[in-house]
Ligand binder design. Structure first.
Ligand code: HAM
Length: 416
């Protein structure tokens, strides 16, 4: 028997209420903040992601689902959503619209990671991108939106971690200082990954999960102490706006994010006491990405959250969510003529806008009523060969188990 591929999962009907809750919460937040939906293809040319996410990142080096299509083109299943939105922004001339352009997406994302709770090879993100302005009020608004979205789901005990990693210019100076600091340690003080990061992607030294490396990272020079004057003002203004909006945050100099396109603001939202796989969402500025992809210099900021991780936390915190609507009527029948009548009746009820399930195949009345019960319908209509001679059927209220004989012709009106 086939099974779902490792790291992927089916979303069964019993899980759908959670998904609907998160997706509707996302859509409601986007409407509130004036974001418009964009859907991009599931796969793109590989170069788009290597260029955007960055050559030295885990995503590009180890995690992308890349293949040559039948025409020999190198294709990658999207490992994140921002690069595709930026490509679409350029391809469709969205820079001609009033800026910033505010877009959101709900999309499946593919990363070849080691599967575990909260870490899948196919996961789903709700993401937002505000492209075309570098005003720190926009950073504050994007963070506010993420924060309000989580509040609307009633999730408790979340923390907002914030950092500024500076712009292209001041980051270079900071990286020199950071490397100088790490060069003060012997190679064996660092884990193998960190020895590698020191030469290839020194910023990532700061978020190593190894306890011995964490101690070193904790005392490392902080990017926000080495910002150029413009980045410093930007970061201070952002913090002032967040205070004004009463959004609590912790400045965390070790927050650097796993994608290379970030500049200045970076942030993550984490649940209390969560481990490495717990971050619910993250984002930041990517002021150079559009230019990197061939456009004019265009500052931008965005974030994405992981639906599966949010659902894990909704369950962990026992947050009750609305159930999905169930079918209202079940039609059971006994006899050949009654079967034809049940098909006609089901069609009339549906045309009247009443969601109806009609029995398929031949089952005993008992089995049919069991099915009606398990579907959670409010009413069952029982049609029998004898009754239809008089144009009637039995209408049973499944909640109080009362039933009565009614004219079939009246059923659409009565059930409505
Ligand atoms: P990211 O931090 O890589 O950012 O992913 C966003 C969120 O997706 C994470 O915080 C996490 O909740 C979820 N996530 C990531 N990987 C997995 C996985 N393997 N299994 C389950 N959930 C996962 C981005 O992708 C950026 N594009 C966000 C962004 C938008 N930055 C600016 N704009």
């Amino acid at each position: 028997m086939y099974q779902a591929v490792r790291g992927t999962s089916d979303i069964l009907p019993e899980e759908q209420a959670y998904w609907r809750c998160v997706e509707q919460g996302a859509i409601a937040a986007c409407q509130l903040y004036g974001y418009q939906r964009i859907d991009s293809p599931t796969f793109e040319e590989t170069g788009l992601f290597t260029r955007s996410v960055g050559q030295g990142t885990d995503i590009v080096e180890k995690e992308m689902y890349t293949f040559a299509d039948k025409g020999g083109k190198k294709i990658t299943l999207r490992p994140e959503g921002t690069a595709s939105v930026c490509r679409a922004y350029l391809e469709h001339g969205l820079h001609n619209l009033p800026q910033p352009v505010k877009l959101y997406y709900l999309a499946s994302i593919f990363r070849y990671e080691r599967p575990q709770s909260g870490r899948l090879r196919e996961h789903h993100q709700f993401g937002c991108e505000a492209i075309g302005d570098d005003d720190p009020t926009l950073d504050a608004e994007v963070i506010d939106m993420a924060w309000q979205f989580f509040r609307s789901l009633n999730l408790q005990n979340l923390s907002l971690q914030l950092n500024s990693i500076g712009c292209k210019k001041c980051r270079q100076d900071y990286l020199t200082i950071l490397k100088y600091y790490y060069n003060g340690y012997a190679a064996e003080d660092l884990c193998r990954d960190c020895r590698d990061r020191l030469s290839r992607n020194p910023l990532r030294l700061l978020d190593c999960k190894q306890p011995s490396c964490q101690r070193i990272a904790k005392a490392a020079p902080k990017s926000f102490d080495h910002l150029c004057p413009d980045c410093d003002v930007h970061f201070n203004q952002l913090k002032a706006y967040l205070n004004m909006l009463e959004i609590p945050f912790t400045v965390n100099h070790r927050l650097v994010r796993g994608l290379d396109y970030y500049t200045r603001t970076v942030f993550e939202i984490q649940p209390a006491g969560g481990g490495a796989q717990s971050t619910l969402g993250g984002g930041g500025r990517y002021d150079d990405l559009i230019e990197e992809l061939g456009g004019k210099p265009t500052p931008a900021i965005g974030f994405a959250v992981g639906t599966e991780r949010i659902i894990l936390n909704l369950k962990k915190q026992n947050i009750s969510i609305s159930t999905l609507p169930r079918p209202r009527v079940f039609i059971a029948y006994m006899g050949d003529e009654a079967r034809d009548e049940s098909i006609r009746l089901a069609s009339r009820l549906r045309q009247a806008g009443i969601s109806t399930i009609a029995t398929a195949g031949s089952k005993s009345l008992k089995a049919q009523m069991r099915q009606a019960n398990s579907l959670g319908v409010r009413y069952a209509v029982i049609v029998g060969d004898e009754e239809i001679k008089t144009g009637t059927a039995t209408l049973r209220d499944m909640v109080n188990a009362q039933q009565k004989t009614v004219p079939i012709i009246d059923l659409p009106g009565m059930l409505k």
